[in-house]
Design a protein around this ligand. Structure first.
Ligand code: HEM
Length: 520
C-alpha cells in the first residue's frame, strides 16, 4: 500500500469486496497502514492537546506539559493542603488541567475578589459534578437578575425574626446530642473521633431547622447515613461518567433519597400553614411569607401577587442549603472543639462569658439576645474559621474570555478558582497568621478589623454565603452549650495538626476527644 493512502483514505471507498476471503486478505494487507494511521491520529491529538494547553496557559506558571487526557486528575482525587499551598506559591495566577478542563487558580486577595465580583464574566460552578448531584434546575445555578430575584425571596428565611424561631430547635437538638455523647463516653471512656458524631448533630439540626415537624426522625437518619456519598463526590473534577460504582453515581442516589423526603416535608408544611399552624421551621416561614405577600397584594389591589413555588422547587432549595452547610459547618464545629481544647486559657474565658451572659443558668434555652452579648465567643468563632476556613477555595467558571489582569485573559469556559485560604493567612493583615489569637477581633482598630476584604470565609459578591448569620448563631449555640455543659480532653496525635481535605477541611486524625459532664 503506497504511503499516500495514509493521507488519502478516500482512494478506497469505491472498492467492493466480493468474498469474505478477499475481504480478510485486504484487512491483513492493510493492517500496518491502519496501525500507522491510528498512531498518526493519536500523535496529532496529543500534540493538539499539548498545544491547546500551552496556548491557554500563556505566560502563567504551571507545568509546561499536561499529562495526556487525565491531566492532574490523580492529584485532584487526593488533594492536600500542602499541594494547594505549593500551587498558590507558584504565582498570583497559575494554571493546570484536569480531564481537559483548563483551570486557572488565583492566589492573591485582589484576584480572588475580582473573580467573585465579576458576574459579567464568571459564575460559580461549585465542583464539576455539582449539576449532576444538585440537579441542573437548582436555583444555585442561576445568575444575574434571575439569581438576584430568587435570592431576594430566600433572604426572608434568614431574617432575625426567623433566626430566633430556629434557635429553639438548634438549642434542644444540641443538648440532646450532648446527652448522647456523654452516655456513649460513660460506656466507653476511650477517646473517640468526633467526625461522624458532629456530622450527625449538624444534619439533625439542619433538617429540623429546615423542615421542623414535617420530616420524620427515621428520614433524618436515612438522609444522614446516605449524605456521606454526596460529600465524597465533591472532588474538584470527578471521573466524567456517572456509572454505577463511581462516586457521582452514589451521590445521585443519595440526592434522590433526600429529595423524596424534602418534597414530602414541603407538601406537609403547605397544608400545615394553610390550616393556621404556627411557624416551626424554615419551610413554614417561606410558605407563610408567600401567603402574607399574596394576601397583602390582594388587599392593596396592586396586582403584585408573588409567584408560587412547587414542592420540588422548595426541596431543591433545601437541598442546596444542606449541600452548602453540612460539610462546612461540620468542619467549623470540629475545629472549634480542637482549638478550644488546645487553648484552655481561651476556653476558660468563653466559660466566664457564658456564666455572665446566662446568669449561670444553663437549663434555659439560649436566646438570640444572649448570642448578641457573647462578644468573646463570637471572636473565638471568627478566629477559628479564619485559621481553618472550612471552604479553602470556590470553583467558578469563566462564561466568556475574562481579562483578569492586564497581562492575562482567562479563556472562555475555563474553571477559575478564587482561593480563600491565602487571604485569611496573609501576614500583612493577620500577624502570626498560623496562631489562634481571638483577641485580634476584639480591638476595632486592629489590622484584622481594618481589612474586612481579607475575611473571605463566606466568599464575596453576589453569591456570598446566604447562611452567614445562621452559621454564627449555630456555632455560638453548639460551642456556648459545650463550654457550659461539657468537659473535653483532646488526645493529640502526630496527625492532629495535619489537614485532610474531603470537600472541606478536617483534622487528619478526626479529632479524638474524651467527653465528661461539667458541673460548675
Ligand atoms: C461554616 C459554615 C459555612 C461556610 C464556611 C460557608 C461558606 C460559603 C462560601 C465560601 C460560599 C461561596 C460564596 C461565593 O461564591 O462568594 C457559600 C455560598 C453559599 N452558602 Fe455557605 N457557608 C457556610 C454555611 C452555610 C449554611 C448554614 C447555609 C444555609 C443554611 C449556607 C448556604 C449557602 C448558599 C445557598 C450559598 C450560595 C449562595 C448563592 O449562590 O447566592 N452556607 N458559603
Amino acid at each position: 500500500m503506497p504511503s499516500s493512502s495514509i493521507v488519502q483514505p478516500s482512494s478506497v471507498p469505491s472498492q467492493i469486496f466480493t468474498s469474505a476471503e478477499s475481504f480478510s486478505n485486504k484487512l491483513l494487507n492493510d493492517k500496518p497502514t491502519m496501525i500507522i494511521t491510528s498512531l498518526a491520529i493519536l500523535l496529532s491529538l496529543l500534540i493538539l492537546e499539548q498545544t491547546v494547553y500551552r496556548v491557554k496557559k500563556g505566560s502563567l506558571p504551571g507545568s509546561k506539559w499536561t499529562i495526556p487526557v487525565i491531566g492532574k486528575f490523580l492529584d485532584s482525587m487526593n488533594p492536600t493542603l500542602e499541594g494547594y499551598k505549593k500551587q498558590w506559591a507558584s504565582g498570583e495566577l497559575s494554571a493546570l488541567s484536569v480531564f481537559h478542563i483548563f483551570i486557572v487558580m488565583a492566589t492573591t486577595n485582589e484576584y480572588t475578589r475580582k473573580i467573585l465580583n465579576s458576574p459579567a464574566y464568571t459564575e460559580p460552578c461549585l465542583v464539576a459534578s455539582a449539576k449532576q448531584v444538585l440537579c441542573g434546575d437548582n436555583w444555585v445555578f442561576l445568575n444575574g437578575k434571575e439569581h438576584v430575584d430568587y435570592r431576594r425571596t430566600l433572604n426572608g428565611l434568614f431574617t432575625r425574626k426567623a433566626l430566633a424561631v430556629y434557635l429553639d430547635s438548634q438549642d434542644s437538638i444540641t443538648r440532646q446530642h450532648f446527652t448522647e455523647w456523654l452516655a456513649a463516653a460513660k460506656k466507653d471512656p476511650s477517646p473517640q473521633s468526633i467526625m461522624h458524631t458532629t456530622r450527625y448533630l449538624n444534619m439533625h439540626t439542619s433538617l429540623r431547622v429546615f423542615c421542623g415537624p414535617h420530616i420524620p426522625e427515621e428520614a433524618i437518619k436515612i438522609i444522614s447515613d446516605n449524605y456521606w456519598k454526596i460529600t465524597l463526590a465533591l472532588e474538584l473534577v470527578n471521573f466524567p461518567l456517572a456509572i454505577p460504582g463511581t462516586k457521582v453515581y452514589g451521590a445521585i442516589q443519595a440526592r434522590k433519597i433526600a429529595m423524596k423526603h424534602l418534597e414530602a416535608a414541603c407538601r406537609d408544611s403547605k397544608i400545615w400553614v394553610a390550616n393556621g399552624g404556627e411557624t416551626t421551621c424554615m419551610i413554614d416561614q417561606w410558605v407563610r411569607d408567600l401567603q402574607d405577600a399574596t394576601e397583602k397584594a390582594i388587599a392593596d389591589g396592586n396586582g403584585k401577587i408573588p409567584r408560587t413555588f412547587s414542592d420540588r422547587e422548595m426541596a431543591l432549595v433545601l437541598l442546596s442549603f444542606l449541600f452548602a452547610s453540612q460539610d462546612a459547618m461540620s468542619s467549623g464545629v470540629i475545629y472549634m472543639f480542637q482549638h478550644l481544647a488546645d487553648h484552655p486559657e481561651i476556653l476558660a474565658k468563653v466559660r466566664e462569658e457564658q456564666k455572665i451572659v446566662r446568669n449561670g443558668d444553663y437549663t434555659k434555652p439560649m436566646t438570640l439576645e444572649q448570642v448578641d452579648q457573647m462578644v468573646y465567643l463570637r471572636a473565638v468563632i471568627k478566629e477559628s474559621l479564619r485559621l481553618k476556613p472550612p471552604v479553602t477555595m470556590v470553583p467558578y467558571k469563566a462564561t466568556k474570555a475574562f481579562p483578569i489582569s492586564p497581562f492575562y485573559t482567562v479563556p472562555a469556559n475555563s474553571m477559575v478558582i478564587p482561593s480563600i485560604y491565602p487571604s485569611l493567612h496573609d501576614p500583612n493583615v493577620y500577624e502570626d497568621p498560623h496562631l489562634f489569637l481571638p483577641d485580634r477581633w476584639l480591638d476595632p482598630e486592629s489590622k484584622a478589623n481594618a481589612n474586612p476584604k481579607n475575611f473571605l470565609v463566606f466568599g464575596a459578591g453576589p453569591h456570598r454565603c446566604i447562611g452567614v448569620e445562621y452559621t454564627n448563631i449555630n456555632m455560638a449555640c453548639v460551642m456556648g452549650n459545650a463550654a457550659a455543659l461539657l468537659n473535653w480532653e483532646h488526645v493529640r496525635t502526630p496527625e492532629s495538626d495535619e489537614v485532610q481535605m474531603i470537600a472541606t477541611i478536617f483534622p487528619k486524625d478526626g479529632c479524638l476527644l474524651r467527653f465528661s459532664p461539667r458541673q460548675e
